[in-house]
Design a protein around this ligand. Structure first.
Ligand code: GLA
Ligand code: GLA
Length: 664
């Protein structure tokens, strides 16, 4: 889905002039340097609450007025942040209820950030107040183009206010205690509740074995973040209805259901910190691409913003290795290829003191432009100007992988089978890799998305099924879709109650034409093998033991008591095909299987061959070719293209390490 917020790619980042309030000459120097760095925007005010409201009800906006005017005079767009991510000490001291209570039941002292209760009426009111003042003051400021809500929402609070809110949430989601007791299977260990007040949040020293309750708590926490956010943005929507709103997401952070949160945002933005050049460039590139595709998919293919990335190092790895020169440029181009309409940094200028003073920044402590990092940023800024044609262009793949936030929770909270290997995300990325390698665009979708636009849907480890999912899969296949399920599919409903009558759930047994009688789990170091089309593949961790009813067994196990039983099945159902891949593997099987599927179904693979480690991504008319191998690569193109950056005609590419090309 196309959607445009600017006419050009935004290039900028977190800017904290409030840290340099005593040295105004640095503000002027920042303006000079931003122009040199080809930076066109700045994100201001993220943690500036105590600068804006140094005492309760005493406000100081003058510095912010001045910096916004300066930025505007220099042609920079401003993304204005709300400051709720960290609060002034006076606020916590006067209203202790705003501070978070951890799962140990103890209230935190003042400190760090993200240390607030999500329920506290006082905190919500204070946030609404400061946001109202910001909106009123800057609603007509010509530089202010977007709202950046808080910063990386995360965490949870277990205070009494939250316990009450949790109980209210439960009352809204279950008709009565009888229903809750049934759905939580509270007859087990004598846990029947007779009064709502007996229910508390999951804690180490309390209830932590009622799996359905743990799932309910995760849903409640996610909803609390969204309602906290709705409280934050209410004045902004009212006072500045035309300024778009985003909040910066953190990779695949699973404390909030981002697939749900996305519906409340005008655009998605996220903070990207790959661990480049620490040994596994190829797999880092695959994982990062998966995350970009996830964020592009959150609003049906709509472009997103890359709200943060480091121009050089971070400070929070155990050892902060400097990535290779121009890796950051390549990493930024990868983001643009997958749908980013901005490249922004944490941070513009390194702070002089404090926790993040050794985190990479565009402007280093030396304070001038004569650094490798600054020059690279400036170079990238010039490159991005040549790519403005991509802005607003969204896209969807013909292939989708179901990665569902709530299924992630469900796969983690249960006890059983292989308790050491529950890497749901890793399993999805493993399926994604061979698609990435063939230049096939992939959407990452929740299980309740619209399936109808996809020619192939892959659903690894779809253990928990939300209401309606069984019908959705059935209908998709019946109408001609190709659906691939992985091991442990359709085991429990949304409350973690097992489906009765055999797995996978209900009529999925007919769709796939199988019945899974048992699941074997293999300890580390043990394996089975699967024979498939004259080749033998390793099976590890999980092996579903199947009966093929109407399905054809395409592959069979070769070892143990279930040797000879089906491990890969295909069932023709309605007009479609349902595949079941019953075992986990090292990825080799997925690669061959995808190769085979892509010969049968047009999945939109790259028209030219992509050598190992080379990624090809198409966005609009632009084709991005990126070398993530640790050696130079030559690529023969299928025809003549125009090299967008040089303007020359090309029919082959020679890409050095960290190299890339944009062609059309
Ligand atoms: C013990 C307990 C049972 C059950 C089993 C599970 O034996 O007495 O209630 O929990 O472990 O292995
Ligand atoms: C996150 C935060 C930033 C900063 C960076 C450091 O993305 O949003 O404020 O702490 O990490 O990498």
């Amino acid at each position: 889905m196309d959607k445009k917020f600017f006419d050009y790619i935004i290039h900028g980042g977190d800017y904290n002039p409030d840290q340099w309030i005593d040295t105004p000459e640095i503000w002027d120097e920042d303006m000079r340097l931003m122009n040199l760095a080809n930076v066109n925007s700045a994100t201001v005010g993220i943690f500036a609450w105590s600068m804006i409201e140094p005492e309760e009800g005493v406000y100081n906006f003058e510095w912010l007025d001045e910096i916004l005017d300066k930025l505007h005079k220099n042609g920079k767009d401003v993304i204005l942040a709300t400051p709720s991510g960290a609060r002034p000490a006076w606020l916590a001291q006067k209203y202790p209820e705003v501070l978070r209570v951890e799962a140990n039941g103890i209230r935190n002292e003042y400190g760090v950030r993200h240390n607030h209760c999500l329920t506290s009426p006082v905190y919500r009111e204070k946030v609404r107040n400061i946001n109202t003042l910001l909106a009123e003051r800057y609603k007509s400021h010509p530089a202010v183009k977007m709202w950046h809500i808080s910063n990386e929402y995360c965490g949870e609070c277990h205070c009494e206010l939250c316990q009450e809110a949790f109980r209210d949430w439960l009352k809204a989601h279950y008709k009565n205690l009888d229903e809750l007791n049934f759905k939580w299977w509270n007859g087990f260990w004598s846990h029947k509740m007779t009064d709502w007040s007996q229910i508390n949040s999951p804690k180490d020293r309390g209830e932590n074995h009622v799996v359905a309750m743990k799932l309910a708590w995760k849903r409640f926490v996610s909803d609390s973040h969204i309602s906290f956010y709705e409280n934050e943005i209410a004045p902004l929507r009212e006072i500045t209805p035309n300024i778009p709103i985003t909040t910066n997401f953190m990779k695949m952070y699973d404390g909030i259901d981002y697939q749900d949160f996305a519906k409340h945002l005008d655009l998605i933005s996220w903070d990207n910190y790959p661990a480049w050049d620490r040994g596994a460039t190829h797999s880092e590139a695959v994982e990062t691409a998966f995350v970009h595709d996830n964020f592009r998919s959150l609003k049906d293919g709509q472009p997103f913003f890359l709200m943060e990335s480091t121009p050089s190092i971070v400070n929070w790895h155990e050892v902060n290795k400097i990535p290779k020169p121009f890796r950051q440029e390549q990493s930024s181009i990868q983001a643009v290829a997958h749908g980013a309409d901005s490249i922004q940094y944490f941070q513009w200028r390194k702070s002089r003191g404090g926790h993040e003073k050794f985190h990479g920044a565009v402007v280093d402590h030396c304070g001038h432009e004569n650094t490798r990092v600054f020059k690279e940023v400036s170079h990238l800024g010039a490159v991005l100007k040549k790519l403005d044609g991509v802005v607003g262009k969204g896209y969807n793949g013909k292939v989708a992988i179901i990665y569902d936030w709530q299924n992630k929770w469900a796969t983690e909270v249960f006890c059983g089978y292989n308790n050491n290997e529950r890497d749901y995300l890793g399993e999805c990325v493993k399926w994604y890799k061979p698609l990435w390698e063939k230049g096939i665009a992939v959407d990452i979708i929740p299980m309740d998305a619209d399936y109808s636009k996809y020619d192939l849907i892959i659903a690894p480890f779809l253990y928990m099924l939300k209401d309606g999912t069984i019908d959705r899969i059935e209908e998709y296949v019946r109408n001609g879709g190709n659906f691939v399920a992985g091991y442990l599919t359709g085991i429990v409903d949304k409350d973690d109650l097992c489906y009765l009558g055999g797995f996978p759930a209900d009529k999925l047994k007919d769709v796939f034409g199988i019945w899974c009688e048992e699941t074997d789990s293999l300890p580390e170091g043990m394996k089975n093998t699967v024979s498939y089309k004259d080749k033998s593949y390793k099976a590890v961790n999980f092996c579903d033991i199947l009966h093929a009813n109407t399905a054809e067994a395409l592959g069979t196990y070769e070892d143990d008591f279930y040797s000879g039983s089906p491990a890969v099945t295909l069932n023709s159902y309605g007009k479609g095909k349902a595949y079941y891949v019953a075992f986990a593997n090292d990825g080799e099987f997925f690669a061959d299987f995808i190769e085979e599927l892509s010969e049968k179904i047009d999945l939109g693979a790259s028209p030219f061959r992509t050598p190992d480690g080379v990624s090809v991504v198409k966005r609009g008319e632009y084709v991005f070719v990126m070398n993530f191998a640790d050696e130079e690569k030559n690529i023969n193109l299928d025809r003549e293209y125009e090299d967008v950056l040089s303007g020359e005609k090309v029919s082959s590419l020679n890409l050095p390490v960290c190299g890339y090309a944009v062609i059309r």
